[in-house]
Design a binder for this molecule. Structure first.
Ligand SMILES: Nc1ncnc2c1ncn2[C@@H]1O[C@H](COP(=O)(O)OP(=O)(O)OP(=O)(O)O)[C@@H](O)[C@H]1O
Ligand SMILES: [Mg+2]
Length: 280
C-alpha cells in the first residue's frame, strides 16, 4: 500500500478486491478519519473480511488506489473460525506474538515484551489465563486473547473481524465496552458484525456490503433502512424503533396469519414482558 500525508487514516478509491483473479468487491470508495469507530455489515460472503483485510493490504487488488497514513500501526483480530485452536500455544504466547513486528526479532523473549503482554492481559481481565492453552478457552476468552495480541503493539488502527460472534450478551457488552474505551483513548476501530441489533445499531458509522460492493455508508439511521437491508440480505426486512433503540427483523415469509393485512408493521408487535430494574 502507498502512504499518504493527508488527514484521512485510510482511503480507498475505486478499489476492486478478490482472490486468485475473482473479484469479491468492486467500486469501493472509503475514507476513514483518525478516531472513528466503524462497523462493516452484510451477509455471509458479502466481503466483510475481505474489506477489513484490505486495510492490511492483503487480498489482491485489481483496481483503484488504497492508501494508509504513514507510520500507522495496525492491529488485527481475526475471525475466530479462521484460527487453529488446536495449535499448542498459551494465551500469553499469543499476546506476545503481537510484538514481533515492532521489534528486531530475537530468538528469545524480551522481558519488556513479556511485561507488556501481561499488562494487556490484565487490562482485558484475562491475566489469570496467561498459561492456559488456547484450545481450552471460551468464545469470549478467545476474542480477548487475540485482542490482546493486537493491543500489545499499541495500534492506531484496530481491525476486528466479528469480535462478538459466538459470545453471550454479557460478554458482547463487555467486549463492546472495551472497544469503546480504546476508541475514546484515540484508537480508530473498524469491526465486522452479523449482529445488527446488538452491535451495529450502536455504532456511529456503518458500511453495508451486498451485491459485491458498498451499498450504504453512514450513521445507522441511514444504513439500517429496509431498502438497503433488503438489497444486502435479499429478503424483506422490517426496521423498528423503540426510544433510542433500532431493531432490524427479517419479515417472516410464511408466518401463519402474518399476511392478512400485509407484512407486519410496528402495530403488530406486542411487548411480552420486560425484566430489570424500573430505573434502568
Ligand atoms: N481465501 C480465499 N480464497 C478465495 N476466495 C475467498 C477467500 N476468502 C474469501 N473468499 C471469497 O470472497 C468472498 C467474500 O468473502 P468474505 O470472507 O470477505 O465474506 P464475509 O462477508 O466476511 O463472510 P462471513 O460473514 O461468512 O465471514 C466470498 O465469495 C468468498 O467465497
Ligand atoms: Mg468474514
Amino acid at each position: 500500500m502507498a502512504t499518504i500525508g493527508v488527514d484521512a487514516l485510510v482511503r480507498l478509491e475505486g478499489v476492486a478486491l478478490g482472490y486468485e483473479g475473482a473479484v469479491a468487491l468492486r467500486d469501493v470508495d472509503l475514507s476513514i478519519a483518525p478516531g472513528e469507530l466503524i462497523g462493516i455489515v452484510g451477509p455471509s460472503g458479502s466481503g466483510k473480511t475481505t474489506l477489513l483485510r484490505s486495510l492490511l493490504g492483503e487480498p489482491e487488488r485489481y483496481a483503484g488506489t488504497a492508501t494508509v497514513a504513514p507510520d500507522t500501526r495496525v492491529g488485527y483480530v481475526p475471525q475466530v473460525e479462521t484460527v487453529d485452536w488446536n495449535f499448542p500455544i498459551t494465551v500469553e504466547q499469543v499476546a506476545m506474538l503481537g510484538s514481533w513486528r515492532t521489534r528486531r526479532w530475537l530468538p528469545w523473549t524480551g522481558r519488556a515484551e513479556r511485561s507488556r503482554a501481561r499488562d494487556v492481559l490484565r487490562q482485558l481481565g484475562i491475566a489469570d489465563l496467561a498459561d492456559r492453552p488456547i484450545r481450552a478457552l471460551s468464545g469470549g476468552q478467545q476474542q480477548r486473547t487475540f485482542l490482546a495480541r493486537a493491543l500489545v503493539r499499541a495500534p492506531d488502527l484496530l481491525l476486528m473481524d466479528e469480535p462478538t460472534s459466538g459470545v453471550d450478551i454479557k460478554t458482547r457488552h463487555e467486549i463492546l465496552h472495551q472497544l469503546a474505551a480504546l476508541n475514546s483513548a484515540g484508537v480508530t476501530v473498524v469491526l465486522t458484525t452479523h449482529d445488527l441489533n446488538g452491535v451495529a445499531s450502536h455504532l456511529p458509522r456503518l458500511i453495508a456490503l451486498g451485491e459485491q460492493t458498498v451499498l450504504a455508508d453512514g450513521p445507522p439511521s441511514q444504513v439500517l433502512q429496509p431498502e438497503v437491508l433488503e438489497r444486502a440480505y435479499g429478503q424483506p426486512m422490517l426496521v423498528v424503533r423503540s426510544g433510542r433503540e433500532t431493531y432490524v427483523l427479517p419479515v417472516p415469509e410464511e408466518a401463519p396469519g402474518a399476511h392478512e393485512d400485509g407484512p407486519p408493521g410496528p402495530d403488530s408487535f406486542d411487548v411480552i414482558g420486560r425484566s430489570g430494574r424500573d430505573d434502568a
